[in-house]
Design a protein around this ligand. Structure first.
Ligand code: SF4
Length: 350
């Protein structure tokens, strides 16, 4: 693949802005607003999560926490409960901390610059730029995964993004490509997101629908799928978790809060053990053990092999591990990891 860069494509920003106004997405619930709270919330939710999923969560979240002050005042457990099912729970914990930081450090008002926004918990450079572009028309470049794909293809940028220096050079190019007029920043930023989400896809390119097809180096080379180049892959790991599903005669289930770090941090879960022997030792009074068929739960960089064991017992002799009996009416509203929720509701397919 050629390594020399071509000059910046002339008219790129103009075409993107015009295309967005005609063909881009216009009516997502977090669009057509300059309210940083809504834009920030949507940007955090959209990291690693499909738009269709966020469409269900976004309004629920706003109903419960209409303002950043409401979110800052909330209990972390309530935030995690509402996030339940979206995955990547560190986002929810950062969201909560960020709301508190906006209240404490900025009197409840999101600061109006990408640089200041980046100083808040959970807001990285690209998210800060998106908020600043949408809400304050700041000429700040975004560069999330979708945008890296679009720009490396358009520019024929064949450098390895695993090298920080090369990634930084792409940031500089992304900044150089911005429209000159600040008022075009919201449409331009949205155009990059829309093109990456609907036209310039990871494994399929719809170049005939692309507004910059004749400017695109990857298209001219006939090699769109060769970009972006990133050699370093995170190593996949795996873990086996034995899950104690303890139920008493009242139908309550024994749940424990996970530690603040590690798998399912801060969520409520069935107690987790490394081995079957450890699990059974934790509740010798448990009766009628049923070994549920194990299954693999796939996280981004880790496979979890889950082995639930259902046992029954009495309120007075609970498992000898941290936790509490929780009523069946209560646990559905807790923040539970998706596979535990699916198991308890009988929707895991096991
Ligand atoms: S022409 Fe094709 S490869 Fe190039 S940016 Fe457009 S969709 Fe992507």
């Amino acid at each position: 693949m050629p390594k020399t860069l071509t000059p910046l494509p002339l008219g790129f920003a103009r075409r993107m802005v015009d295309w967005q106004r005609l063909h881009g997405r216009q009516s997502l619930p977090w669009q057509n607003t300059q309210d940083p709270y809504r834009v920030w919330l949507s940007e955090i939710m959209l990291q690693q999560t499909q738009v269709t999923t966020v469409l269900a969560y976004f309004p629920r979240f706003l109903t419960k926490f209409p303002t950043v002050a409401d979110l800052a005042r909330a209990q972390q457990d309530d935030v995690l409960a509402l996030w339940s099912g979206l995955g990547y729970y560190s986002r929810a914990r950062h969201l909560h901390k960020c709301a508190q930081a906006v209240m404490d450090r900025f009197n409840g008002v999101f600061p109006p610059s990408a640089e200041a926004l980046q100083s808040l918990p959970g807001i990285g450079r690209s998210t800060a730029a998106a908020i600043a572009a949408f809400c304050f028309q700041e000429r700040a470049a975004i560069l999330d995964g979708n945008v890296k794909r679009v720009l490396t293809r358009v520019l024929g940028y064949a450098e390895d993004l695993a090298a920080l220096k090369k990634e930084k050079a792409l940031w500089d190019l992304a900044q150089d490509l911005l429209p000159q007029q600040a008022q075009d920043m919201p449409a331009y930023t949205q155009a990059l997101m829309d093109l990456g989400a609907t036209v310039c896809l990871p494994r399929k390119v719809l170049c005939e629908r692309c507004p910059v097809m004749d400017l695109c180096q990857a298209k001219q080379q006939g090699l769109p799928l060769a970009y972006p180049v990133k050699t370093r892959k995170l190593k996949r790991t795996s873990a086996t978790l034995w899950l104690l599903w303890a139920v008493n005669a009242q139908g309550q289930v024994w749940l424990q809060k996970r530690p603040d770090k590690g798998i399912w941090a801060g969520l409520f879960s069935l107690p987790v053990f490394d081995t079957q022997a450890d699990l059974q030792a934790a509740w010798p009074q448990g009766k009628d053990p049923q070994f549920i068929a194990p299954w693999k739960h796939v996280l981004t960089h880790r496979d979890l092999y889950l082995h639930p064991v259902h046992m029954t017992g009495t309120v007075k002799k609970p498992p000898a591990c941290e936790g509490q009996w929780v009523d069946a009416e209560l646990w559905p509203s807790l923040g539970l990891p998706a596979p535990i929720r699916a198991l308890l509701t009988g929707t895991s397919g096991v």
